[in-house]
Design a protein around this ligand. Structure first.
Ligand code: KG4
Ligand code: ZN
Length: 333
């Protein structure tokens, strides 16, 4: 394993850099871009510009906090996709320039493989086989992971990603962006019996669909004569419906594989309600591994971890490494 790995993540609206020393997290800097809150969602062009302005100082800060000089970095791991192409490009070009100028190894990392490796930052002993539920703003993936690097797709979403559903419902409720944390907070005050929202595709299989649920929430919002009074109840019942679908499919996947471990990852895994629901549902069946929220939201520590794994296999990217909005997950079948 490369001794000192610098990770860089710029796929969406977090500018992040991290340093791993012998597999241990030595520093992690995450700069969240506030500008998008004004627009109720990420504006790609603004995200790229903000990354451009913030990335050099973010990397410098991560090196200083780790007590590592740039000359001591052995390899640079950078998110190459999927994500916003202009945002990704800032990280990729920066990483290429840095690796080229210092004559160090470069490795492009898949953002979702980063999310998959996130719990190993705090729990290095975590190892396959396990089932992974990766839930972010762009993806909802249920994976059978027999070993690192081999990912069998059990199910994914047919329409909206889970995080996207949280963001859209938050917008319907006037809660701003990002929606997930706001919904989770408000849901604590909500009555779970007030609305009966559908649990799409819950009865069978491993696929997900969230657009019908979102439409049901839209109808409830329109029908409400007192949205101020109903808002928390809608948030609670919507969250309960999403989590019920997610943990039901996760449990089904765990039972189908017979594995004893389930991994939660991605921004939606910041939800304490999700990790609690999964742990409760899988009691006696499987242990639930989930990173702390800082490592589940977009961050460079997970990219450095996944990069270190790829480097350990002898993989290197060359100067043709490009940012790809639709990068396929390596090892997916
Ligand atoms: O992984 P991530 O930070 O970015 C992407 O790769 O997309 O995931 C962001 C998503 C957003 O949709 C956000 O609303 C959701 O994660 N999220 C949550 C919570 N915290 C973040 N969803 C539900 N509950 C939360 N507490
Ligand atoms: Zn992400």
């Amino acid at each position: 394993m490369a001794e000192v790995v610098l990770g860089i993540e710029t796929s969406c609206d977090e500018t992040s850099a991290a340093v791993l020393v012998s597999g241990e997290l030595a520093s992690l800097v995450i700069l969240s871009q506030d500008v998008h809150q004004i627009f109720g969602g990420v504006v790609p062009e603004l995200a790229s510009r903000a990354h451009l302005a913030a990335l050099p100082a973010t990397v410098d800060r991560a090196l200083v906090e780790a007590g590592v000089r740039v000359s001591a970095v052995d390899a640079v791991a950078v998110t190459a996709g999927p994500g916003l192409v202009g945002a990704l490009l800032v990280g990729v070009v920066y990483a290429k320039a840095l690796a080229y100028a210092t004559d160090r190894a470069l490795v492009g990392v898949h953002h979702m493989e980063g999310h998959l490796f996130a719990p190993t930052v705090e729990d290095p002993a975590l190892a396959p086989p396990f089932v992974a539920l990766l839930v972010s703003g762009g993806h909802t993936l249920l994976l059978d992971v027999p070993e690192w690097g081999r990912y069998r797709l059990m199910g994914q979403t047919r329409d909206d990603a889970a995080g996207e559903a949280f963001d859209k419902v938050a917008s319907l409720l006037g809660l701003g962006y990002p929606g997930g944390p706001a919904i989770e907070r408000l849901a604590r005050e909500g009555d779970p019996t007030r609305f009966d929202f559908p649990r799409p595709m819950i009865a069978a299989g491993f696929e997900f669909s969230f657009s019908g649920l979102k439409t049901a929430v839209l109808h409830a919002v329109r029908a409400s004569a007192h949205l101020d009074r109903d808002r928390a109840h809608i948030a609670r019942c919507f969250q309960d419906a999403v989590l019920d679908v997610l943990v039901t499919k996760l449990e089904r996947a765990v039972r189908a594989t017979g594995y004893r471990t389930a991994v939660l990852g991605g921004g939606v895994a910041c939800s304490r309600a999700l990790s609690a629901a999964a742990a409760e549902r899988l009691t006696g069946i499987a242990r639930v591994a989930v990173a702390s929220p800082r490592l589940n939201a977009d961050n460079a520590a997970m990219i450095a971890r996944a990069g270190a794994y790829r480097l350990g296999l002898g993989e290197r990217s060359d100067w043709t490494l490009d940012a790809r909005a639709d990068l396929p997950l390596p090892g997916l079948s």
